[in-house]
Design a protein around this ligand. Structure first.
Ligand code: ATP
Ligand code: MG
Length: 354
């Protein structure tokens, strides 16, 4: 669990100085790009207001402003910023506030705004809701739905491995999120990994951080650079070739296999902790045969599911929609398997109140 140390009276720190992003703001501190307004008060889609609020966001009968959010503690830290648990002072509702320090160049702004726009418009029970996004003094703050059992990375740190029936339930929900992204929104997530799959006490699993990798890359001024871990990246993507939705499927397969066997699927030497460098990982992913589930330890359905995802040739991978009907998912459907039982049996990380 990253960043477990609770901080007292933590305040949102926003730099007072102007950063390059202010270059594209008007004197009033507002950036307008077509139908979109971004400023300290948040992201507003002028012409598409109705259409772009998520279903969860529509239920909010109050307007969120940053001043109304009080920080309870830091939940975690990623490569691009800090995630805090915050409470709305007047209504008491909890949110996760993700704060990303931006340092973007003029030519990257359109892409960031585009990602923010899509992010706030996503409406699916298996995608973490982005209620609002704010820009202030070079900092982008995303007000997100709070997932009170943390990420799948937190879960596997505690339980080491997840049994097939639970994995099927996790997979089904992630696939429902991916079907929505791929088939309805026509977008690739690009950063499916254990820390971006979040869980709550109801046993719901949701995908988060859509578009954030793009924002982070833009913020370091290199839009084609990926920020984060390359571990779950498909061969075509890590080599810089063109990639499509099936790249997310490779990543999903790697995540699921890791949850099942309790370690990163490519074999590493006993004493090795992580990868010594990017090129070694790249070579492994590109040259070695793809990892698979050991048939003596797992069901034929599970092995087949993994092999339907982890194929070096993207054309050999199944689509998210077809995977939803895979025998592995079907096998445990209607079996009354509640993920809530799994997450409730966990020792709750200090940062996640029950
Ligand atoms: P990276 O930045 O390298 O992609 P990451 O995904 O772990 O890594 P963040 O996205 O900043 O980094 O998230 C940090 C941690 O905060 C996550 O691992 C997760 O435990 C927690 N977290 C993020 N979003 C939420 C949320 N909406 N609700 C609850 N916890 C969250
Ligand atoms: Mg993340």
């Amino acid at each position: 669990m990253k960043g477990t140390k609770p901080l007292k009276q933590l305040k949102l720190s926003v730099p007072a100085e102007k950063t390059p992003i202010t270059d594209f703001l008007t004197a009033s501190g507002t950036f307008q790009d077509g139908d979109l307004l971004l400023n300290q008060k948040g992201l507003r889609l002028i012409s598409e207001e109705k259409e772009t609020r998520s279903s969860d966001a529509k239920e909010l009968d109050f307007q969120i402003s940053l001043e109304d959010l009080e920080t309870i503690k830091v939940i975690g830290k990623g490569s691009g910023g800090v995630v805090q648990l915050v409470r709305h002072k007047w209504v008491g509702r909890l949110f996760a506030l993700k704060v990303i320090q931006m340092n973007i160049q003029e030519d990257a702004r359109k892409q960031i705004v585009q990602e923010l726009k899509i992010n706030q418009a996503l409406q699916c029970p298996h995608i973490v809701v982005c209620h609002h996004s704010f820009y202030h003094n070079g900092v982008i703050s995303l007000v997100l739905e709070y997932m009170d059992r943390g990420s799948l990375a937190d879960v596997i740190k505690q339980v080491k491995t997840i049994l097939e029936p639970y994995l099927a339930v996790v997979c089904k929900q992630v696939l429902q999120g991916l079907v929505y992204l791929h088939n309805e929104r026509h977008v690739i997530h690009r950063d499916i990994k254990p820390s971006n799959l979040l869980v709550n006490h109801k046993g719901e699993v949701k995908i988060t951080d859509f578009g954030v990798s793009v924002m982070l890359a833009s913020s370091i001024g290199q839009r084609d650079t990926f920020v984060g871990t390359y571990n779950y990246m498909s061969p075509e993507r890590i080599t810089g070739s063109t990639y499509d939705y099936s790249s997310d499927i490779w990543s999903l397969g790697m995540v699921v296999l890791e949850c099942a066997i309790g370690r990163f699927p490519y074999k590493q030497s006993e004493e090795q902790q992580g990868w010594p460098n990017f090129y070694e990982l790249l070579e492994t992913i590109v040259v070695k045969s793809p990892p698979s589930a050991p048939p003596d330890q797992f069901s034929p359905e599970f092995c087949s599911f993994i092999s339907a995802c982890i194929q070096k040739d993207p054309r050999d991978r199944m689509s998210s929609l077809d995977l939803l009907n895979h025998p592995f998912i079907k096998k445990f459907e209607n079996k009354d398997i509640h993920l809530a039982i799994l997450v409730d049996s966990l020792e709750v990380p200090v940062n996640f109140p029950r």
